[in-house]
Design a protein around this ligand. Structure first.
Ligand SMILES: [Zn+2]
Length: 365
């Protein structure tokens, strides 16, 4: 084999972005030979439930496609009721599962589709992270799952992504800001991957790495446009997120999209569970992590901070609304969270003083 193993790439077949692209859904079903049979719509509560019930469901029904709905209250609630939900999906046997929403609904749909071996379509209603197009679920959902179940399965990437800007333009501005943070993160994530490739002989795909970097570049080059937060901004963020998600599919792991900056954010999520403070959106925390880790990688951390500032993202503890002590703690534990993910943080203990010094130098605390 000479170290060259089998490589499997499963990519979305249909990617639609733009105003009113939801109208293309019946055509996509037709292409997928799914014109007959029922489908399952999974949304959150509130706004995403209205989009699912008032826009998506009637559109499908007008085409003679029967649609059942499921609303997800919270990640924790979803995990608590997972066996029951799996049972429901198996019972109704939908031809396809559509996740309509942000992280929660799409992650839940992705997980259920993977467990029950159904095809998945992603209909994002915000643009805050690359999970909308990738075969990866959020760290928080994984955390809840690991506590309750011993699940080992390959997660599915969506077979189609239908990102209707008319839905996304009503999402909170903060979730778009988070999307920017999650995308700039690829700069440090790819550096970490290169390091793991060189020091740990980890598998590396230049193609996947370039896709991730291209997504970050799209944000950098268009930051002034993005800061307007209009339809064009959303379209740029979406394209970059979809590109990053596809990079994950090409790599067969979240490696190109998630490095030490993500570990730092995961650590904050764990601490928020433990100490009861409110964690920020994934991409906002990741943005702060990117400032810190870019300094270690010898990248221009001030430039990263300026890019984040341009879109009004939090760049320090105060703006993040999380106590500095938790940020120090998070940095200290970052390199212990995923032993399989080697990064610039190495694997030796990080002392309180070292963590504090690094965060201060990055002007995060
Ligand atoms: Zn991310």
């Amino acid at each position: 084999m000479n170290g060259i193993g089998f490589n499997k790439i499963i990519l979305p077949r249909y990617v639609y972005t733009g105003p009113n692209v939801i109208k293309e859904l019946p055509l996509i079903f037709h292409h997928l030979a799914l014109s007959k049979g029922n489908i399952l719509l999974i949304s959150g509560k509130g706004e995403t439930a209205s989009i699912s019930n008032d826009s998506v469901k009637p559109l499908l029904e007008s085409e003679g496609i029967e649609a059942e709905t499921m609303e997800i209250e919270s990640m924790r609630n979803f995990v608590d009721n997972l066996p029951e939900m799996i049972h429901k999906v198996k019972d109704s046997d939908p031809k396809i599962i559509l996740g309509v929403g942000g992280g929660k609904a799409i992650d839940s749909a992705k997980l259920l589709a993977s467990i029950t071996n159904k095809r998945l379509i992603s209909v994002p209603t915000n643009a805050s992270h690359d999970g909308l197009s990738s075969p990866v679920i959020s760290f928080v959902l994984n955390l809840y799952l690991r506590k309750k179940f011993d699940l080992k399965m390959e997660l599915k990437a969506p077979v189609a992504i239908v990102a209707d800007i008319n839905f996304i333009k009503n999402c909170p501005k903060k979730s778009l800001v988070a999307g920017v943070g999650d995308l700039l993160a690829k700069k440090t994530a790819v550096k970490d991957w290169e390091l793991a490739y060189m020091l740990r002989n980890e598998e590396y795909s230049e193609y996947a790495a370039s896709m991730a970097l291209m997504s970050a570049r799209l944000i950098e080059d268009n930051i002034n446009e993005i800061a307007k937060f209009d339809e064009r901004s959303i379209s740029i963020i979406l394209k970059a997120l979809i590109g990053s998600g596809i990079g994950i599919s090409v790599a067969g792991s979240s490696r190109p999209a998630s490095g030490s900056e993500h570990l730092f954010s995961h650590a904050l999520d764990i601490l928020s569970e433990e100490y009861g403070f409110k964690a920020e959106l994934h991409g906002i925390q990741v943005g702060i992590g990117t400032i810190v880790m870019s300094q270690l990688h010898g990248l221009n951390h001030k430039k990263i901070r300026d890019l984040l500032k341009k879109v009004g993202a939090a760049t320090n503890a105060k703006e993040l609304g999380i106590d500095r002590e938790y940020l120090i703690k998070a940095l200290m534990m970052s390199n212990k969270i995923r032993r399989d993910r080697y990064t610039i943080l190495g694997d030796a203990d990080i002392s309180y003083n070292a963590a504090e010094k690094l965060l201060k130098r990055a002007e995060v605390i």
